[in-house]
Design a protein around this ligand. Sequence first.
Ligand SMILES: [Zn+2]
Length: 189
Amino acid sequence: MSGSLKEYVNLRELARKNAAIVVQAPLSAFERVAALAITDSSAPESVIRLNLTVSEWHKGVLLAGDLEGSVGLTCQRCMDAMDFSLAGPVLLAMSEEDEEVEGLPEGCELVSLLDAGELGRTLDEVCLLPLVEDELLLRIPLVPMHGEGAACEGRARIGESSVMAEQREEIARPFSALADLMAGKGKGH
Ligand SMILES: [Zn+2]
């Protein structure tokens, strides 16, 4: 089966058939992800693609497969554009109930439809778009930076990111306060 991520699909029926599904959508379909992305009008728009096998799991369904795609982000070290890969395995268990955590496969994330809102209420009718959007958001780093081995102007220019320097300062602060305290104590008594 292949189709749009915006359509509602009957996961229960697909699971009964052990169906393989291929769904894809342009990055702009994921509003919360698109809000974080930088767009390069000269490049073709990134497409998010999912290959999943749907199978039965307890009273719910298991979605296993992989995700392909990337997003343009701003490197917080050199402020240049970077292409960040969102690719990787997907392993999700979906349940209409909340407490079915027993027997959850290793590395599997549980999604309960109980208060899932826009996802849908039952496994017979699930919209995959918000599900995939959450998955994408989880993969986007809070502070995107060029990886090791990638050309990063900032690394050559300042040697270390201002973000890292800030973090280091925060770590250093409690110790300096302790040092002050100890120095004061030593003098005072
Ligand atoms: Zn960079």
